[in-house]
Each structure stands twice: as structure tokens, then as C-alpha cells.
Design a protein around this ligand. Sequence first.
Ligand code: TXA
Ligand code: MG
Length: 345
Amino acid sequence: MNTELYMMTGDALADHAALVRAAEYLRAGELVAFPTETVYGLGASAYSEDAAQKVYAAKGRPSDNPLIVHISDAAEAESLAYTTPTYYQLAKHFMPGPLTIILPKKKIIPDSVTGGLDSVAIRCPVHPVANALIRICGIPIAAPSANRSGRPSPTTAQHVWKDMNGRIPMIVDGGSCSIGVESTVIRLTDAGCEILRPGAVTEQMLAAVVGTASVSPAVIHPSLAGDKPLSPGMKYKHYAPAAEVVLVDGEADAFVRYVREHILPTEAVAAADTEQALFDGCHVLSLGKNDSAEEEAKYLFALLRQVDDLGYTRVYLRLPPTEGEYLAVYNRLIRAAGGKIVHAD
Ligand code: TXA
Ligand code: MG
């Protein structure tokens, strides 16, 4: 299959024509990759059993791992799922935005979209291209991240191209994703909500709206997910480059000492640009401009891909804290490292 790559130009007419074309593919049951504020999505009609099967095939994804259904306005969930007052309370604050809410599904969503579950994950992206595409399409779009299964999620159209060229008819290039890690996935509980996958909408932000927000223990300890986790994605090894990811727990200076003692010429260390001088003589890969959760989240997946593209056998990263948006980075890293942490002192 020939894959068309369309770059958004800012020319309203040309961009609109491209999205109309993308929407035609989607309505015909074909797949289109598109940008969102979190990561690129691999879109398919959320009403089509066949299109969902194509998603699993293109990604090489196990078909029991359900897809998120994307809408352009929170109220569109009404025809897809059984909503609650808490859903609308959260939607008022975080939709559109990087939050995915799991609700009991209605029959219109085929079982293949939800991996056989009786619930459906609903998300309303704030990215203007994603939002316009869903509106033009006129139907909800089921979309997992647009990577081959097990690879880091794509945060640029080039990442998507690398994984999906020849497998899908069209990729819409809207530049780099501003957040860089996937949306926060929550389920609603009697007390409020529970985070199944951490993202840019944090526990504190959710608690401020619904009173009680908890974090599923498997977010911090992936081995606790077991065989039948609340969110099937929890049980799959994810985000892993071919190189070994070495997560080092320790103070900043202990991390620097540990890396300088252990690093080999075929290996690299990840650091913010402001910290690079501490590792002179080492191969340093950029984890953003400065040492912050937002920058780490934004550049983490690109960095994991870079490690393999440049042929390093191992990459050293400092274990982030579990507070705020750092929790999302912590969760992706600990899974990329297969749960292993080394200690530096
Ligand atoms: O930011 C995002 O959420 C991106 C962009 C494209 O929107 N999408 C994304 O989709 O990350 P995906 O398929 O890579 O991850 C979806 C996660 C998986 O961990 C899956 O198990 C979980 O959401 N999930 C989906 N539907 C679910 C359901 N009904 N119950 C529990 N977990 C669900
Ligand atoms: Mg994914």
C-alpha cells in the first residue's frame, strides 16, 4: 500500500481539503494517522468492526487491548456510552484535553473496538487538527497510538512514517505533539475516580474536581497488574526500545557519578540540555531543554526511538519522582525498563 503523507501548511483551504480526504478514508473503513496533543493516533471508524481489525493488524496489537474512542465534543459520548454526572463534571474541566474516561458502552460500539469489554474509553482531544478531523468525519474515531505494538508512541509524523509506511493509506502531519505522553486514563468510582494510566491530567487536578482521585497500584508497580487488569494495556510490555533502559534511583550527583563509572562507548545517557556539561565525554541524548516534568514527558518517546536509531546498546536515565506530571514519565520509564531499577549512592 502507498502511504500519503500530508503536511498541514496553515493554508486553510488546502488543509481543509486534506482533512476531507482523510475523513473519506475513515468513513470508508480505512486507517488514517493524525496528530493529537498527546501522541499521534491511528484512526479508524469507531462504528466499524472491520476497521478495528485493520488497526490491530497494522499495529501488530493483541486484539484484547481496547481502543480509545475520540469525539469532538463531550456530549457526543451520550450516543456511545452511559454517562454520569461525574463524567460531565470532569468534562467541564478537562474536555477537550488529555483525559480519557471509561464508561459502560452502548451497543453501537462494536465489541472489537473495546477488546470484548462492556466498557468504552472516551476522549475528546484538544488538538485543532484532531478536533477538525473528527468534526468533518461526522463519526467518532477509534484510535490507539500510531506506533507498532511495543514500540514507543509516536510524537512526530516521522515516527509514524517509520512504523506505518506501507501499512496505512494516509498520515496527517501536524508537527510535534505538545504533551508527548498519552492521555490520563481513569475509571469512575463511587468516591470519585481512579487513574489507570497517568498523563498530563494529574491526580491533584482530578481530586480538585471530583473530591477523591486515587492511583491504581499497577501504575507504580506494573507487576501488580496481573493477568486481568482493570485496563488491559497495563499487562503489556510497552514503550521499550531494543536497547536496555537502565533506570537509576538516586540524588542528582549520585546519578552523575553512577553513569560516569558505568557508561561504555556504545552507551548513552539521557539528560536535560542544562545538565549536559556534567556528562562531558559521554554520549548524551536530550531529554528537553531543562529539568522539568513537562519537558521530560515531551521528549521521552523521541529519545527512546533515538537510542535505537543511533545504535546504542544501553541508555541510562534518572528515575523521576512519582509526583504530579512526573508520574506519567515514571510509569512509561519503569515499563520500558521492564520494572528494573538500580540504586546509586
Ligand atoms: O493520548 C492517548 O490516549 C492516545 C491518543 C491517540 O489519543 N491514544 C492511546 O491509545 O494512547 P492506546 O490504544 O495506545 O492506549 C489506550 C489505553 C490502553 O492501555 C487500553 O488498555 C486502555 O487505554 N483502554 C482502552 N479502553 C479501555 C476500557 N474499556 N477499559 C479499560 N482500559 C481501556
Ligand atoms: Mg499505545
